[in-house]
Design a binder for this molecule. Structure first.
Ligand code: NAD
Length: 279
């Protein structure tokens, strides 16, 4: 069966790893350095950060050390960051990108995302992302937390189609309609909070499926994402969990398992609603 190095092809031909490490709420400095290094040592090739996580410097340091220690080249990694709401607008997005790049110690990013769809601002930022893409500063561009109507507004004004939308997505919020729209528009779905930030671990249905496969609930849920064609970026700072979350390529959920997990949806968010946020 395929493995940790599996990639999906984005609509511009770029290949993106199906699994990455998320570093939201991971402290800058040694904690994030160690997490990034543990992930890369264990075969991860993708890291998801953002300006607002305030750990880009540590992520950059972790990448630098991991490249040396594992004899890897920068091109083998896939690094994502995001422009924060306060920096939306054309020039301010370009400036924010340069600052992220500098903090990360990199000379290009693989993916740059508009973090949240702030009304009246995101179209201008999209134009900035198009400029960065055309200038070769970033290999793919996209957004996060965009609903269908936000995406339609961008697409109506876009020269370049978005490649990725990173959204809250897990069995309690399966986002069927949005996923369908993304598929129709060849925009890759990436799940944030793929493990619902740890709130799925008491679920009996998931426990039964996990027992049957001799896997953990985390592994079953991550496998459910993969079998739905969704890119995942689970967060952990513990090496054994970083390993556990990658150990999902040696089993397959049955159609019945998938149906049972699909039926858990409650349209329940753990994060903010992209149509009603005030930050
Ligand atoms: P997550 O669903 O990845 O859950 C992380 C939590 O689950 C952590 O508390 C961790 O300790 C626990 N955990 C991880 N693996 C486990 C395991 N195997 N067993 C038991 N517990 C385990 O939540 P997240 O961190 O919010 O989301 C993942 C990533 O998505 C973030 O780190 C970040 O990179 C990104 N993100 C993006 C946005 C956005 O607006 N674009 C918002 C939130 C997160």
């Amino acid at each position: 069966m395929n493995g940790i190095n599996n990639r999906v092809k984005l609509n511009n031909g770029l290949e993106m790893p199906v699994l990455g490490l998320g570093v939201f709420q991971v402290e800058d400095g040694q904690v994030v350095i160690d997490s990034v290094k543990a992930a890369i040592r264990n075969g991860y090739r993708s890291i998801d950060t953002a300006a607002i996580y305030q750990n880009e410097e540590g992520v950059g340091q972790g990448i630098k050390e991991a490249l040396e220690e594992n004899g890897l080249k920068r091109e083998e990694l896939f690094i994502t960051s995001k422009v924060w709401n306060a920096d939306l607008g054309y020039q301010s997005t370009l400036d924010a990108f340069e600052l992220s790049l500098k903090k990360l110690g990199l000379d290009y990013l693989d993916l740059y995302l508009i973090h949240w769809p702030v009304e009246g601002k995101f179209v201008e930022s999209w134009k900035a992302l198009e400029t960065l893409y055309k200038n070769g500063k970033v290999k793919a561009i996209g957004m996060s937390n965009f609903q269908i109507h936000h995406l339609k507004e961008v697409i109506a004004n876009a020269e370049i189609m978005p490649m990725v939308n990173q959204i809250e997505l897990h069995p309690m919020l399966s986002q069927v309609e949005l996923r369908e729209f993304l598929k129709e528009n060849s925009i890759q779905v990436e799940a944030w909070a793929p493990l619902m930030q740890g709130q799925l671990f008491e679920n009996e249905t998931l426990q039964e499926i996990a027992n049957k496969h001799n896997k953990s609930i985390a592994q079953v849920v991550l496998r459910w994402h993969l079998q739905n064609g969704i890119v995942i970026i689970p967060k952990s700072i513990k090496e054994h969990r970083i390993q556990e979350n990658a150990n999902i390529f040696d089993f397959e959920l049955t159609e019945e398992d998938m149906t049972l997990i699909n039926a858990l949806n409650q349209n329940h968010r753990v994060g903010p609603d992209p149509d009603h946020f005030d930050f």
